[in-house]
Design a protein around this ligand. Structure first.
Ligand SMILES: *Cc1c(COP(=O)(O)O)cnc(C)c1O
Length: 437
C-alpha cells in the first residue's frame, strides 16, 4: 500500500535528517520538523514568494508566529496556494496586523472567569481546563492568538495540580473540557496522569478533550494513546475540521481509531471568510464528517480576537449556510451555529426563524422548502401561572359588533373558522412528486 502522496515524499526527502520510510508517520518526527520560518516553508512547498510578500509576512511573524507540520503542509495545492484553504489557515497574512475597533486580545474574557490557573469556569456545571500552551500547528484564526507561542512550554505538575484542586473542591463540576493549546501535545504518560487524577474525583462524570490533531497531525493518534483513553472512559473528543479537503486517508484512519475505541467524536468548525464561507463547502464537510462517525457539533461565528478581522464573515452568511443544511441533509449532520458572546456570556445559538407567528392556540411555522404550516395547540392545556380565579378576572371577552372579515394569507392559518392547514408554493417540488406518483 502506498501511504504517501508524491508531495509528501518530496517534502520528506527535502527534510532529510536520516529520513526513513517510517519517519513520516512518527508524530514526534513531524513536530521536530514543524516549519517555523518562511524560507523553509517556501523550500518545502516548492514555491517562491516575492520580496514584498516576505517582508510583509516577517512583520506579521514578529507578533504572531508560524508553525505548520510537514503533514499539513503537504495538503496545500502548491499550484493554487494563494487561495488554498490549508495555506490560508496556516500561512501568516499582513492582514493579521490590522486591529479594528471591535477587536480584543481576550474577547471572551477567559482570564476574567479564571478562578484557578488554567481554569475557565463560565457555565454552572462544567469547566475549561487549559493543560497545554502549545500546538503542532498555529492556526491563523486562533481565538487565543494572544497566547500563541507565548510560553512555549507545558504547564508543570504543580500548575496542573492547582487546576485539579479547584475541580476537586467544586462539586458542581460534572464535565471537564481539556483544552489548550492542544492537549495531545502532552506525552501519553502526562495525559494518563491528568486523566487518572480527574477520575479520582467522584463528581466528574465526563471528560472532554478538544484537539486539532486528527486534522493537522493525525499520526498523533497512536495505538498507545488509544490505550490511555480506553482506561478513562467516558472520554469525549471534539476536533476541528474546517474544510472537506482536510479529511484525508490519514485523517480518516485517526478518526476510525478514536471511534473504534468507543469515543464519541464531535467537530467544531469556525466560519472563515475565503476558506469555508460557502453552503456547498460546509455541506460537503458535514457529510464527510458523519461518514467518518464525527458529529458536527458547533459552527462558530469568528470571534472578535485581535488579528482575525480578515477572517470574519457577516452573521447573515452563517444563517445562509444553516438554511442550506436544516432539512436539506441528515439532522445529525447539522451543527449548532453559535456566537461566543464577547464579554464572557458564553455561546449563543443563532438559527433561521422557523416560527412565523402565534395565536392563542395556534403556531404558524415554515419549513426548509418554504411551506407555511400551522400547528393546532391543545385546547385543554391549563397554564400553570393562572390562578383560575375567573370570577375576578378583569378581561372582558365580549367582542360583539366587531368587524367581520375574510382572512387571507397567514390570517387564514390563524383563524378558527378556516380549515386551511398549510400554504404551499405552487411550484413546490415535493408536491409535484406527489402529483406524479
Ligand atoms: C465552549 C465552552 C464550554 C463548553 O460548552 P458546551 O456548550 O457545553 O460545549 C465550557 N466552558 C467554556 C469557557 C467554553 O467556552
Amino acid at each position: 500500500m502506498n501511504i504517501y502522496t508524491s508531495e509528501q515524499k518530496e517534502i520528506a526527502n527535502k527534510i532529510g535528517d536520516n529520513y526513513q520510510i517510517s519517519s513520516w508517520r512518527d508524530w514526534k518526527w513531524q513536530i521536530r520538523h514543524s516549519v517555523r520560518d518562511v524560507k523553509t516553508f517556501e523550500h518545502l512547498l516548492g514555491v517562491t514568494f516575492t520580496e514584498d510578500e516576505i517582508n510583509d509576512v516577517e512583520e506579521t511573524l514578529r507578533k504572531f508566529p508560524l508553525s505548520i507540520t510537514p503533514y499539513y503542509l503537504s495538503l496545500i495545492d502548491k499550484n493554487n496556494y494563494a487561495t488554498d484553504p490549508i495555506f490560508r489557515q496556516s500561512f501568516p497574512s499582513p492582514s493579521e496586523l490590522v486591529v479594528s475597533q471591535c477587536d480584543h486580545a481576550d474577547p471572551l474574557h477567559e482570564e476574567a472567569d479564571s478562578p484557578a490557573p488554567g481554569i475557565t469556569h463560565r457555565y454552572p456545571d462544567r469547566v475549561l481546563f487549559h493543560i497545554s500552551n502549545v500546538c503542532s500547528m498555529y492556526c491563523r484564526h486562533c481565538t487565543r492568538k494572544r497566547k500563541v507561542g507565548d510560553v512555549d512550554s507545558i504547564p508543570d505538575r504543580e500548575e496542573i495540580n492547582k487546576g485539579l484542586d479547584y475541580i476537586r473542591q467544586t462539586p458542581v463540576i460534572r464535565d471537564v473540557l481539556l483544552s489548550g493549546g492542544d492537549p495531545l501535545m502532552l506525552s501519553d504518560e502526562y495525559l494518563d496522569w491528568i486523566l487518572t487524577e480527574l477520575r479520582t474525583i467522584p463528581h466528574v462524570q465526563v471528560v472532554r478533550i478538544g484537539t486539532r490533531m486528527p486534522v493537522v497531525l493525525p499520526y498523533r493518534i497512536t495505538d498507545s494513546l488509544i490505550e490511555v483513553f480506553k482506561k478513562h472512559h467516558p472520554i469525549w473528543i471534539n476536533t476541528h475540521f474546517n474544510h472537506p479537503r482536510e479529511i484525508t486517508p490519514s485523517a480518516k484512519e485517526s478518526l476510525a481509531k478514536l471511534a473504534n475505541a468507543g469515543i464519541p467524536l464531535g467537530n467544531q468548525t469556525v466560519l472563515l471568510a475565503g476558506i469555508n464561507d460557502c453552503p456547498h463547502i460546509i455541506k460537503a464537510l458535514v457529510q464527510k464528517l458523519v461518514e467518518n462517525r464525527v458529529r458536527p457539533y458547533y459552527l462558530y461565528q469568528c470571534d472578535l480576537s485581535e488579528g482575525l478581522s480578515h477572517f470574519r464573515t457577516t452573521v447573515g452568511k452563517g444563517m445562509e449556510i444553516m438554511e442550506s443544511l436544516i432539512g436539506h441533509t441528515s439532522g445529525f449532520a447539522v451543527p449548532t451555529y453559535v456566537i461566543d458572546a464577547p464579554g464572557g456570556g458564553g455561546k449563543i445559538p443563532v438559527m433561521p426563524n422557523y416560527l412565523i407567528t402565534l395565536a392563542t392556540n395556534k403556531v404558524v411555522l415554515r419549513n426548509y422548502e418554504g411551506v407555511i404550516t400551522s400547528y393546532q395547540e391543545p385546547d385543554s392545556y391549563e397554564p400553570v401561572f393562572c390562578d383560575r380565579n375567573c370570577a375576578d378576572c378583569k378581561l372582558h371577552l365580549n367582542l360583539d359588533g366587531a368587524e367581520e372579515y375574510e382572512g387571507i394569507g397567514i390570517m387564514r392559518l390563524l383563524a378558527d373558522h378556516d380549515d386551511t392547514i398549510s400554504l404551499t408554493p405552487e411550484d413546490n417540488d415535493r408536491m409535484k412528486r406527489r402529483n406524479n406518483a
